[in-house]
Design a protein around this ligand. Structure first.
Ligand SMILES: *Cc1c(COP(=O)(O)O)cnc(C)c1O
Length: 389
């Protein structure tokens, strides 16, 4: 066995089912393993390296910053943090940002904002956060409580109390909970990622947003996976035409360095005051400089490129042999195949294409700027593998 794999197996906590491959480098949409084998990367580190590997502009942005200042505490101001927050607010029409280091942390902060807003207005017994069945919001004990999938909870109880899960698309169930419980926040992904790449309907999302506004319940949209251009809009909520109170994001924001952001609307921008939240690394100048580079390049032309690539993938798989359905939005795509998704992912890997799974589906999260010839090649391989008897 490859020696790094055996060292990892001996010393790294066994929380991941890893493939027997050691990735050593990458360039654009190509990843290279320790044997020198090249793969077309259709997973981007689970929706992280949206500009591809070693993107020259991103590398320049972070190395320029690294050569100036790698970190200071949040007791002082830094330019990348301030300019990234400005960019995020101006592009989303929102008001303030709290920076952290991951999706789970971005959601923790979002939940704190919703609870503090609601308890201040409606009393300390107003703390319940409603999320959806089949959702995924993170691995901390609170974001696990938010996650509406029981198998993640097993043997970790008791989780943070005050979470209720309702079925997606069942608006009456949500109305029922809101009428019978003091609800401090409603939190959802617009395209459920880990849950199987399922987009919520426009009708349901519009109704939820209207209810939240009427009842003065903060609406949190978890854009950890859907954000940062992934669905063909800068953030997925923008295409749904809603105005959430809080948007959490991470994954693709940093382009490959850890950063999380909790973006707040004018309504909740003053909820968190001095001492209410903090993070030693939050807004780190190197991670922020990389994120600013990523976000500022996502203009209309870039996002149109995501939509065009998306259309190509949907057209290629819809109705193809061995394909039952294609779901998702933009370059966040789930493919239900006749053969088990796991087998397809393994065989694609053999043939030089890295894919992901989500529940029973093959999940694709390629770089947002993947060259069309590589995209076409990867699609052909996946189609060939899926069409086998
Ligand atoms: C990945 C993910 C998270 C958790 O992000 P981490 O950075 O792993 O903590 C939360 N919500 C959604 C929708 C995700 O896809």
């Amino acid at each position: 066995m490859n020696s790094i794999i055996s060292v990892d197996k001996q010393y790294v906590a066994g929380t991941y089912g890893r493939f027997p491959v050691e990735i050593v480098s990458g360039n654009g949409s190509i990843a290279v393993d320790s044997q020198g084998k090249e793969y077309i990367d259709m997973g981007t580190g689970i929706g992280v390296t949206g500009m591809g590997y070693s993107d020259p502009q991103w590398v320049k942005a972070i190395t320029d910053q690294l050569n100036k200042l790698q970190h200071t505490s949040n007791l002082y101001y830094t330019e990348p943090c301030a300019m990234l927050a400005k960019e995020l607010c101006e592009r989303t029409g929102m008001s303030k940002v709290f920076f952290s280091n991951s999706g789970a942390e971005a959601n923790e902060c979002a939940i704190k904002v919703a609870r503090k807003y609601s308890q201040d207005k409606k009393g300390e017994d107003c703390y319940t956060i409603v999320t959806l069945v089949n959702s995924f919001h993170g691995r901390t004990l609170t974001t696990l409580a938010a996650t509406g999938q029981d198998h993640f909870h097993k043997l970790f109880n008791p989780l943070t109390p005050g979470f209720v899960h309702v079925a997606a698309e069942d608006f009456d169930q949500l109305v029922d909970v809101v009428s019978n419980t003091k609800v401090a926040g409603i939190m959802m992904e617009l395209v459920q990622g880990e849950g199987g790449v399922i987009a919520l309907s426009q009708e349901y999302v519009s109704k939820v947003a209207k209810l939240a506004e009427e009842q003065d319940i903060p609406l949190i949209i978890d854009e950890v996976q859907t954000g940062n251009g992934r669905t063909g809009s800068l953030y997925a909520f923008m295409a749904y035409g809603i105005s959430p109170d809080v948007v959490s994001t991470a994954k693709g924001l940093g382009g490959g360095l850890p950063i999380g952001a909790t973006i707040m609307s004018a309504k909740v921008e003053s909820v968190l005051g001095p001492g209410d939240q903090g993070s030693t690394y939050g807004g780190n100048p190197v991670a922020s400089a990389g994120a600013l580079n990523v976000i500022s390049r996502m203009d209309d032309e870039f996002l149109q490129g995501v939509k065009d690539r998306s259309q190509y993938v949907f057209d290629a798989f819809n109705g193809a042999k061995g394909i039952k359905s294609v779901t998702g939005k933009g370059l966040m795509i789930g493919i239900e195949t006749e053969r088990p998704a796991k087998d397809i992912v393994n065989e694609c890997m053999e043939m030089g294409v890295l894919c992901l799974t989500a529940k029973t589906k093959v999940r694709l999260l390629p770089a947002l700027n993947i060259p069309m010839d590589l995209l076409a090649k990867a699609v052909d391989v996946i189609k060939t593998v899926a069409a086998k008897e």
